[in-house]
Design a protein around this ligand. Structure first.
Ligand code: 13P
Length: 249
């Protein structure tokens, strides 16, 4: 299975800046990349991503989805709406949602369910905070977070993407070492293996200060199946260089 590189633009961009960035990324990918590539853009730009990327090999998605199906939920965006705009993916449970919007494991699990039901692949984020890391609770935390989703989606577990994003590595420049990341990915893989016979096809991405300089070593680890890239996905040359660091199948 190809590795998967996903850009998480977070709350960045404008119509003009996005057009420039996507044109540069598509141009840079003119020779078929060895990996799958996607960008998760702010909701208002989904239509733009759909228009600019439909005839390219780059997929697009959202950064969040409502846990509700439809109705009186002001400000929310449903999974069916994401599907309407051609989203292949949506991030769920990003640590910034957990931290600033009080999202708990059970909400994240319902969001993953909603996405799957609409034919959108959830990229389920798990990761420990610095305090949890220092207290030696990494394994406990990520297993708890993933377990809520596995429990909710059942036999569809093989359809999800998982992203391990240590909170202390996000936007800080402090990347997990390849060995640290691989060790957590192996724990997550074992957990998936206990849940589905098709765990090997679940891609487990690493995220947290991944950049052009450190991507290759991370992406060489056996259980690192790609990356979820924040800051470095906003610069075409950096994003392309990370894509070029992927293992060839
Ligand atoms: P950075 O790559 O900016 O550290 O962000 C990682 C992230 O949160 C991706 O979802």
């Amino acid at each position: 299975m190809n590795q998967l590189i996903v850009g998480n633009w977070k709350m960045n961009g404008s119509l003009a800046a996005n057009a420039e960035l996507l044109a540069a990324v598509c141009q840079g990918l003119a020779t078929a990349p060895a990996s799958d590539v996607a960008v998760c853009v702010p909701m208002p730009y989904l239509a733009q991503a759909q228009a600019l990327l439909s005839s390219t090999g780059v997929a697009w998605g959202a950064q969040d989805v409502s846990s509700h199906e439809a109705g009186a939920y002001t400000g929310e965006t449903s999974a069916a709406m994401l599907r309407d705009f051609g989203c292949r993916y949506t991030i769920v449970g990003h640590s910034e949602r957990r931290q600033y919007h009080g999202e708990h494991d059970d909400t994240v699990a319902v969001k993953a369910q909603r996405a799957l039901a609409a034919g959108v692949t959830p990229i389920v984020c798990v990761g420990e905070t610095l305090a949890e890391h220092e207290a030696g609770r990494t394994e406990f935390v990520v297993k708890r977070q993933l377990s809520a989703v596995i429990h909710a989606v059942g036999h569809c577990t093989s359809e999800i993407v998982v992203a391990y994003e240590p909170v202390w590595a996000i936007g800080t420049g402090h990347t997990a070492t390849p060995e640290q990341a691989q060790a957590v990915h192996a724990v997550l893989r074992a957990q998936l293996q206990a849940a589905t016979p098709r765990a090997q096809r679940v891609r487990i991405l690493y995220g947290g200060s991944m950049n052009a300089a450190n991507a290759a070593e991370l992406l060489r680890q056996p259980d690192i199946d790609g990356g979820l890239i924040g800051g470095a996905s906003l610069k075409a040359s950096d994003f392309l260089s990370i894509i070029a660091s992927c293992r060839t199948a």
